[in-house]
Design a protein around this ligand. Structure first.
Ligand code: SAM
Length: 354
């Protein structure tokens, strides 16, 4: 008990009625905790209600007295708020404003100075996001063919198998075993909303299926071929196709897209090339997959200079031209800084045979 207040004390059987009346009068103090004993419930109030406002004062079902109440500590709304008072001002500036949450796994990226406080920050994050179980700390970049990142578990059970929801779709995945980023959720919607009925789409680097499945759910008449080389990602891709009930529209193909592109029954009108650091090496495969009359390529590339968009465009158009196709750039955007001076670029490209 740490603060005295005027209280309305109601007989237990009348407590709900009294609470409703006090709340509608706007005199209930919400910063203090209501408590009860064997017979009565104690409500902290801002002023004494009139008997005509609270008839229970006349019938003897409620009375007014002073009581001591516990203060209610408001739940922090952000990670920064939750860390207030734990770190000094300088360190507080380093606390990240944003972080990724995939299902019930949160992923933190921390400045060196905050590393000694990683566990405190992870606990604070769990306080703000109650549904989060495991908190991971990024310990390196996404690398290798499978684009997997190393992490340390800094809070929770350490279970990284989870189910993530996005745009009404569900994705089962293991954060440690496959590539997945919620930061591309806007891109998935942008690409899927361009797809027209009956298109044939090739998702050349499909991962656990977020582009393919978003497209399949938004445009049910489409046929989508989803290629994936990581056996674990492929297993989740197959599972997610079933989970989202798009088996009739999405075909998952295991292995290197370079060796499997012939599987398509017809040529693709649209291609998704989400492999930023090496998609350019697969433009020749894209051209073999694409309808010669024309196709749209959603290309994700990376560059290290200030004119990332221009650099990627020049590289892509010279490769496409050398393969006997024209490239017309329809749209371009810098997506995010993935490492110092490295920028991922999204391009929509119309390609057609010369
Ligand atoms: C950057 S991730 C993108 C995954 C997915 N499109 C997404 O948005 O979450 C690239 C994926 O392509 C797969 N991959 C890499 N090289 C491949 C290849 N040659 N053929 C098929 N898949 C490949 C990786 O295993 C990885 O899952």
């Amino acid at each position: 008990m740490d603060e005295a207040s005027l209280a309305v004390v109601a007989k237990k059987r009348m407590a709900d009625t009294v609470k409703r009346r006090l709340a509608s009068l706007g005199i209930l103090r919400t910063s203090m905790k209501v408590f009860s004993d064997d017979k009565y419930v104690y409500f902290p109030v801002k002023r004494v209600p009139n008997p005509d406002e609270l008839p229970e004062l006349i019938t003897g079902d409620a009375l007014i007295q002073e009581a001591n109440f516990d203060k209610l500590v408001p739940k922090p709304k952000t990670l920064k708020e939750a860390m207030m008072g734990v770190l000094d001002e300088k360190l507080m500036e380093l606390v990240p404003r944003s972080f990724d949450i995939i299902g019930n796994v949160a992923i933190l990226e921390l400045n060196e100075g905050l590393r000694p406080f990683a566990k405190d920050i992870a606990s604070a994050l769990k306080l703000v996001h109650k549904h989060v179980d495991t908190v991971l700390l990024k310990t390196g970049p996404s690398t290798g063919e499978y684009r997997i990142r190393p992490y340390d578990v800094i809070a929770g059970s350490g279970n990284t198998l989870t189910e993530h929801r996005e745009h009404g779709c569900k994705y089962r995945l293991d954060v440690r075993e496959v590539f997945f980023t919620p930061r591309l959720s806007g891109e998935r919607l942008r690409v899927a909303s361009q797809v027209r009925p009956n298109e044939c789409v090739a998702d050349m680097f499909a991962g656990v299926g977020p582009f393919s499945i978003t497209i399949a759910r938004m445009q049910p008449s489409c046929k989508i071929y989803a290629f994936e080389i990581n056996p674990t990602a492929y297993k989740f891709l197959e599972e997610n196709i079933k989970l989202n009930k798009v088996e009739d529209r999405v075909t998952a193909i295991f292995g290197d897209v370079r060796h499997n592109y012939r599987i398509l029954e017809k040529k693709a009108n649209r291609l998704v090339m989400n492999l930023p650091f090496s998609a350019d090496k697969y433009l020749d495969v894209a051209i073999r997959l694409a309808a010669p009359s024309g196709a749209i390529v959603h290309f994700y590339g990376a560059a290290q200079d200030e004119n990332a968009v221009e650099t990627v465009k020049v590289n892509v158009s010279s490769i496409i031209n050398s393969l006997g196709f024209n490239a017309k750039f329809l749209w371009a955007k810098e997506l995010k800084e993935v490492a110092p001076r490295k920028v991922v670029v999204a391009l929509d490209i119309a390609i057609s045979m010369r």
